[in-house]
Design a protein around this ligand. Structure first.
Ligand code: SF4
Ligand code: SF4
Length: 212
């Protein structure tokens, strides 16, 4: 278990709703949920994940910390905004779902082999390197994310698709050797460092007054 996680368990001592309100993006809205089920019923992925938004919000209020932070649900959200449009209480459900996923990573409790989580790690590393997504390298890293043998099998299976993309100029094989980048890479990295610094300071500030 991460140090962050132990610190938060100690700080909130069984009040998970308060922990979410203080630390998860838009988490202060969770208590407004009236459990009508419209969000989960409207979610195109609802039948395919462990807990939909309605269930997660109920679990937060019931203090089911480990189950919520290890859930796959927050990673399954595709940001279609169906739930936000329909929620009678106007909860920013999509943002809460992404906030929960982000918080689970911070606590070291996010499901390790969840495919969306893996994809988001690969996407971020790819983008961070040069300031632009190198689609060819991203595709290759996705093929090989389950190991070398699996990568070769996937690459062979997808070869006709890749060749079609090259033929129609949707993909340039030379991108593998460099590809397009932002003009000022150093400036771009400085900007990211600053953003990380601001975010860490915001997190360091801890809970709002009166939470402890
Ligand atoms: S639609 Fe809104 S009020 Fe209804 S269960 Fe979902 S979040 Fe709660
Ligand atoms: S935004 Fe996310 S949680 Fe909401 S309906 Fe779409 S996929 Fe489901």
């Amino acid at each position: 278990m991460s140090e962050n996680n132990n610190e938060m368990i100690e700080r909130y001592r069984g009040n998970f709703l308060r922990e979410v309100e203080d630390n998860v993006e838009e988490g202060e809205w969770v208590k407004m949920c009236m459990q009508c089920g419209v969000c989960s019923g409207s979610c195109p992925l609802g039948p395919h994940w462990d807990f939909g938004p309605q269930t997660l919000f109920m679990m937060i209020r019931a203090g089911k910390r480990d189950e919520v932070l290890a859930a796959e649900g927050p990673w399954m959200c595709t940001s279609c905004y169906n739930c936000i449009v329909r929620c009678p209480r106007e909860l920013p459900i999509t943002h809460i779902m992404h906030g929960l996923a982000h918080y689970a990573v911070r606590m070291g409790l996010a499901p390790k082999n969840q495919p969306t989580r893996k994809f988001s790690d690969l996407f971020w590393k790819n983008l961070k390197a040069d300031g632009r997504v190198n689609e060819l390298r991203l595709g290759i890293s996705l093929y090989f994310m389950h190991g070398f043998v699996d990568g070769i099998k996937t690459a062979l299976k997808k070869a006709p698709l890749g060749l079609g993309m090259v033929r129609t100029k949707r993909m340039n094989p030379m991108e593998f050797f460099g590809g397009h980048k932002v003009r000022d890479r150093k400036g771009f990295h400085r900007m990211l460092e600053k953003a990380e610094e601001i975010e860490s300071a915001r997190i360091e500030k801890g809970p709002r007054p009166g939470a402890e």
